[in-house]
Design a protein around this ligand. Sequence first.
Ligand code: PRX
Length: 637
Amino acid sequence: MSYPYQIRSIEEYQQAWRDSVTDPEGFWANIADHFYWRKKWDKVLDWNFRDPEIKWFQGAKLNITENCLDRHLGTLGNQPAIIWEPNDPEEHHRVITYRDLYNKVCQFANVLKNNGVKKGDRVCIYMGMIPELAIAVLACARIGAIHSVVFGGFSAQSIADRIQDAQCNVVITCDGAFRGAKDIPLKSVIDDALMACPSVKRVIVCTRTRTPVSMLKGRDVWWEDEIKKVETMGNPACPAEEMDAEDMLFILYTSGSTGKPKGVVHTCGGYMVYSNYTFVNTFQYQPREVYFCTADIGWITGHSYIVYGPLSAGATTLMFEGVPTYPDAGRFWDIVDKFRVNILYTAPTAIRSLMSFGLGPVNHKDLSSITKLGSVGEPINEEAWHWFKDHIGKGKAPIVDTWWQTETGGIMITPIAGITPEKPGFATLPLPGIQPILVDENGKEVEGNGVNGNLCIKFPWPGMLRTTYGDHERCRKTYFSTYDNLYFTGDGCTRDEDGYYRITGRVDDVLNVSGHRIGTAEVENAINMHHGVVESAVVGYPHDIKGQGIYAFVILEKQTHDQELTRKDILQTVSRIIGPIAKPDKIQFVSGVPKTRSGKIMRRILRKIAEGDAENLGDTSTLLDPGVVDDIKQGRL
Ligand code: PRX
């Protein structure tokens, strides 16, 4: 496949960016022309940020899977689409060609149809990182069902909340998942979740770990049995459902500053064009390169840059079931070596964790195939950037530090590999089509270079979210009401003398722990579920490996004799309510938390204490009870 819209020099980048601002519609129409549409659009863009209402490629008809699969069969049928590396290095890897993938997606799409799934139905997918996860996602898209993938680390309660919010009628899961030395009983977690989900009529269970599971009569069926049924039915093909460009493709839940995660909605046409354009350009993908993104498909990075972006570009995408440190901290490098990986896209937290093992696991691994490196999910500190550059990229491979969000659908601010001069810690420049703007507290634009502000985007791009599922007002309030006529990202940002952007982190009550977004209110709600807890306040603090750690200040009903046990009980509660990823790193028991006279928790003060900066608390005179601050300072962990 060739990519006529692939940028090849810094001048071409600058020209493309200018074109995208002077004539956004013409710019995106030219790119969209290179996809397969059943019918082209009547209008490229219709929008306002007030309601908000955003429509790209209105009137166009397509199916994203025809772009990811069917259109490649003639030229790339025998090329690997997915290379899958299992958790256990002793187990055999799998190579799935474009033709295999097409067949498997069609087959499973027929299974879904046989089980009553129709266009517009919501399907919850809770699986480990096996090829069947990608197949399930694509099969939903094939028949126009809306997938809602839930990361395998979330608890039964979190799954139930997401299933109820979207009113899913089908769940696709596995008996279990292998992750490092662990074996996670996915089906059993689903069974717990479904006790509160009457909307679910069917559960399709794929075999992976052979963990014993209970299959409920009339509701639960095995993936493999269902495949056999459609095999005996004859015609293996499954015609793709014709979708409107603005029909929903998927829902993906993400945390915000309130306790309840929201279902970010992406639609078919714009998301397809954007995930493809950003993949091809950011990574400068060349035909036949092996591309390895270490994310999980349960997060947006996996949706856009393991599945849709690479596959729509006819790329070879490597999917890894395990974790970076199993069986040892050389696993990524073994995979790079084994498959001659050219592009490696990972997260700062993984880099920092691997750095801590020293160079032993890297030395003697052949990393010479690597031509490009990428980072995503959180700010990358300079030390990690240089380690990645020197020891993995051997000083030669460019690093793309890609800033974006679940809501943006694809990469927004990033160097273009090998083209944009890089600067450690900087996401550098906006991709064509993206118009960032920095504003101060009052929404006034901060102009010029060498400035700070809150990062907003002032013009729509095709990959942006359209709504939050079932609650459009929430979407408006969260993203479009803070500043007039702007999309607000929730991130703080610097623009330096060169006009380069550096993301400094969230300015709302959202934490970024190991690249995972977690709302402080969510964690507080979970802690408060524990029976002995009166109140809690959660803040982030700098953590060497995770980027941010979770620090919880907790007020107990009565003094406990066994603080250690209570601490463990609280951790267990958070695991049950949200999942292990949200467990606080530190829990400090306190007699009170600083509050304003109106009863609002002064997080700023708690944050300073957690960060170890208790000497600069600023003005505490407005506090209800300034005395608690000294107590908290003394008890700091
Ligand atoms: O704070 C930013 C941070 O991650 C947030 C988005 O999280 P999520 O929706 O889970 O998506 C993560 C993967 C795209 C952003 O608001 N973030 C993401 N990438 C970067 C980053 N912060 C700094 N630099 C990045 N490259």
